[in-house]
Design a protein around this ligand. Structure first.
Ligand code: PLP
Length: 389
């Protein structure tokens, strides 16, 4: 989509690869001796997984993490050669493909281990796995109850050459709350899990538990690697001194400008009525494109150097802003919905606060007719990256 001339996209996410590069370097510095795994699940938090992964690796990230096998395979197909781990398997997953393409499998149950071993047997090569232990998130991963039995089995299939145990890891429930005691509980359970594994003769190459929040605030949780997702994209779930730059800008073209008279209602339900004669501008982005309808009348856009309020209901395809008379706003102008905030535009964080959600949900929102366009990152535009990834 890089080749789409700007005028052709009515609404677009502009992804600043220089911001990604900078954020990764910042994270590598913060991580110190620990490696950085760049988490690019959900299409790189909607920023474009392949380009983000390539940029992150060039900037110093050592590994790539995704949720699903198909996400991992897509990255391999796009030429990403760094280690890739995926941690959310389903019963129908083709583990033989994971083994053949050198994707590391996070194993989360004994049934899962059996399926991985069967695939390794038929592939005639060992599967590379990490053991995911549940230390208190109570989502996926091994429960402490099943852990010893599992370790005995793992030792056995490892000795049989069916698997290589690359890592042991866990995921935090409340790292974004610095005062939450659950993190301490999870830390001590994780240390226990590592000790128990060692007592079973299982000594992994890497251990890790930190997400972005812990990477930024808890050096004692860095272990040998941190798994950074949201911080790569320039957003932090916690207060931090680290200088992160939001990489996504959401913007749309003004497609129509027109005057309306005082007393006229605007958009479905006339939830807004003009108090005086004014001029409105129409933007071709709506809730089908991921602009949350709940933001109706609760956000503003930057056109030129000025902010203008959105008015009336957000529709499926479009939304209206009140630019007032004599604003100089013209059809074809660019309206910035959110960005890094440096030019006075809203940030994803502002929308999150308005909607009582988290910025993760805001940046993964744009879809539908919104095009993605990359800027910056000249140093990473080498071959092997899908042009439109
Ligand atoms: C999504 C995810 C991460 C990254 O979390 P952030 O808060 O975005 O840094 C790390 N580890 C696992 C297992 C995840 O699912």
């Amino acid at each position: 989509m890089e080749s789409v001339p700007i005028g052709q996209a009515n609404a677009e996410m502009v992804i600043d690869l220089d911001a990604i590069d900078r954020n990764v370097r910042t994270l590598c510095r913060v991580a110190g001796d620990a490696a950085v795994m760049a988490v690019v699940k959900a299409d790189g938090y909607n920023h474009g997984a392949t380009r983000i992964a390539a940029t992150a690796v060039a900037a110093g990230a050592r590994e790539i993490g995704v949720a699903t096998l198909s996400e991992a395979l897509e990255l391999r197909d796009s030429g990403i050669e760094a280690p890739i781990m995926f941690w959310l398997s389903g019963p129908g997953d083709d583990f033989a493909a994971a083994i053949a393409r050198d994707c590391e499998i996070a194993v989360t149950s004994e049934r899962h281990l059996d399926a991985v071993c069967a695939a390794a047997r038929s592939a005639g090569r060992p599967a590379t796995i990490s053991i995911k232990v549940d230390t208190g998130l109570n989502r996926n991963g091994f429960c402490p109850r099943d852990y010893r039995a599992l370790l005995t089995r793992i030792r056995c299939v490892k000795d049989a050459g069916l698997i290589r145990v690359r890592g042991i890891f866990s995921h935090l429930a409340c790292a974004d709350d610095p005062n939450c005691s659950i993190t301490e509980t999870q830390r001590s359970r994780f240390l226990n899990a590592l000790e128990t594994a060692s007592a079973h003769g299982i000594t992994p190459e890497v251990t890790h538990i930190a997400n972005s929040a812990a990477a930024l605030t808890r050096p004692d949780l860095h272990f040998q690697m941190v798994r950074a997702g949201i911080a790569l994209y320039g957003l932090s779930p916690v207060a931090t001194a680290a200088q992160l730059v939001p990489a996504m800008t959401l913007q749309a073209r003004v497609v129509l400008v027109k005057d309306i008279a005082a007393g006229e209602g605007v958009s479905y339900g006339h939830m807004w009525t003009a108090l005086h004669d004014t001029t409105i501008a129409l933007l071709p982005i709506g809730y089908a494109d991921g602009l949350p309808r709940a933001l109706s009348g609760k956000f503003s856009v930057l056109i030129g150097h000025k902010r203008y309020p959105s008015v009336g209901r957000i529709c499926m395809d479009q939304v209206v802003v009140d630019v007032g008379q004599h604003s100089g706003v013209r059809e074809g102008d660019v309206a910035v919905l959110f960005g890094n905030g440096r030019h006075g535009e809203s940030r994803a964080q502002d929308w999150a606060e308005t909607l009582d959600t988290i910025h993760y949900e805001i940046v993964t929102g744009p879809r539908g007719r919104v095009r993605r366009r990359f800027i910056g990152g000249a140093s990473t535009t080498t071959a092997g990256q899908a042009q439109n990834a």
